[in-house]
Design a protein around this ligand. Structure first.
Ligand SMILES: CC(C)(COP(=O)(O)OP(=O)(O)OC[C@H]1O[C@@H](n2cnc3c(N)ncnc32)[C@H](O)[C@@H]1OP(=O)(O)O)[C@@H](O)C(=O)NCCC(=O)NCCS
Length: 244
């Protein structure tokens, strides 16, 4: 990440959370950098997705947007306002310019989360080059009050099936090893673990280090159609779990 972006994030965080909150966040970031700094990489061979996509509950709806002008201003505001709005707005422009798709998931018509896909290339230098028919999944986010109800699973799985219908080749995704919610969510989808790696970019050169056990995991996990769906742990009862 560029130094200017780091400073902008730090300033925005400080404005929202004050000195104590910012110091706690810096401490957490330092611990993650020192002790939990690998990324877990996932892949999905889209040609193996022969069965139909899991049925979407009627309360959920997924939309795909391929340009900023396509987006409802209220959705844009929600996506950019919860974090650092300058950086979020910049990311959105940059991604649409690269040809990315923004996928929104709605729960009872309200925006509940989103995720990006980009075909044939990556926004930043990646762990390996993508083929022109490969698709990267990036920045999936479910708004806090909708978490723990498998919305991320629905969204990722829906997208995988849509990409398979479009005859895309492979999908790739990644999650930090400390991000248990994201790892757990990936594990329920048809994504399979590719391995663990670290990436450093110094003076424009990106170096990747793979862990020893970076072999492709076999079909150890059940396919999504037969995967047991765990009960949501959320205590917020207003929005029922969609897992059962
Ligand atoms: C990662 C993320 C997208 C998962 O979305 P989600 O719709 O909550 O995913 P799931 O419902 O499948 O939950 C995944 C796991 O996290 C748990 N979880 C996450 N947030 C929770 C919450 N607020 N309350 C209870 N459980 C929660 C779930 O119970 C589940 O664990 P389990 O499989 O052991 O039961 C979401 O937590 C998020 O937006 N996080 C911040 C952004 C982020 O880290 N994105 C991923 C970048 S790769």
């Amino acid at each position: 990440m560029a130094i200017s972006a780091s400073i902008s994030r730090l300033t925005a965080y400080y404005k929202r959370h004050g000195v104590g909150g910012t110091l706690r966040r810096i401490n957490l970031a330092a611990r993650r950098t020192l002790f939990s700094n690998r990324m877990v990489l996932f892949y999905c061979d889209l040609s193996t997705l022969r069965s139909p996509a899991p049925e979407m509950p009627t309360r959920l709806k997924v939309e795909r947007h391929q340009s900023q002008s396509d987006l409802n201003p209220r959705d844009l505001q929600e996506i950019t306002s919860f974090w650092n709005s300058d950086l979020a707005t910049r990311n959105i422009c940059e991604r649409f310019e690269l040809g990315a798709s923004l996928w929104l998931i709605r729960f009872e018509e309200k925006l509940a989360g989103y995720g990006w896909t980009l075909q044939g290339r990556t926004v930043e230098p990646h762990y390996f080059p993508l083929g022109e028919n490969d698709v990267q999944f990036l920045d999936f986010h479910v708004f806090p009050k909708y978490r723990g109800r498998a919305l991320d699973w629905f969204l990722m799985t829906h997208i995988l099936h849509r990409l398979a219908e479009e005859s895309r080749a492979r999908a790739f995704g990644e999650a930090a090893e400390w991000n248990k919610a994201s790892l757990s969510s990936f594990a329920m989808t048809p994504f399979r673990r590719l391995g663990w790696a670290r990436k450093f970019t110094i003076f424009g050169h990106t170096m990747v280090s793979w862990e020893k056990n970076n072999t492709v995991e076999g079909q150890a996990r059940p396919a999504v159609e037969s995967a047991p769906i765990a009960r949501a742990k959320s205590k917020d009862t207003k929005i029922p779990s969609l897992r059962s």
